[in-house]
Design a protein around this ligand. Structure first.
Ligand code: CA
Ligand code: CA
Length: 187
């Protein structure tokens, strides 16, 4: 009975899927020539504070950049994969966005501006995305980032339906039961 309840609890947890909150960038890996406003946090849920990507007020003396990490790696799902929370949202605030699995090799997803809240990886990067780097590409104004949210977890392919998780777990259960019977038989 105890084992059945444990399996049911596990199934319920998996069917519920990853919590949306865990998809916000949860570490600031590096920041160069950025300036804090409010909380200074680009990690976690939007809080009205963050980093603008310039060394000082517009026009920035030095354009800035920062890299955030996701402990839950992100994938390329249908449509947009990232949501950027930016405050002033001017088309003049331009930046390049890169993604990486290892914080060493980065792939350019594209050049965007602060009106582009939703970013689609669009098949340009196949691996798990554990790092997102944003680099100011304007010498006039700097975008003001509050939070970075991933919309899909990486799973090496399509997002599994809760039903397929259940089938997979049921499969594991059958294999496990067969192995136990085999062990008993040998013993
Ligand atoms: Ca996509
Ligand atoms: Ca923030």
């Amino acid at each position: 009975m105890k084992r059945i309840m444990t399996s049911a609890a596990l199934l319920a947890a998996l069917a519920a899927g990853p919590a949306q909150a865990s998809f916000f960038a949860d570490s600031l890996v590096s920041a160069v020539n950025t300036t804090s406003f409010g909380s200074g946090l680009v990690t976690g849920a939007p809080d009205g504070g963050g980093l603008f990507i310039g060394s000082d007020s517009d026009p920035p003396t030095f354009p800035g950049q920062f890299t955030v990490g996701f402990s839950t790696a992100l994938g390329d799902g249908a449509g947009a994969d990232l949501r950027l929370y930016e405050l002033a949202s001017s088309a003049n605030e331009t930046f390049d966005l890169f993604v990486s699995s290892d914080n060493i090799n980065f792939t350019l997803i594209g050049g965007f501006n602060a009106t582009n809240a939703f970013i689609d990886f669009n098949g340009q990067f196949a691996g798990p995305v554990s790092f997102v780097k944003i680099v100011n590409s304007s010498t006039v104004v700097s975008a003001d980032f509050d939070a970075i949210e991933g919309l899909y977890a990486f799973n090496g392919g399509a997002v599994p339906e809760p039903g397929s998780w259940a089938m997979m777990l049921a499969g594991f259960g059958l294999v496990g039961a067969a192995l136990r019977r085999r062990t008993v038989a040998i013993a």
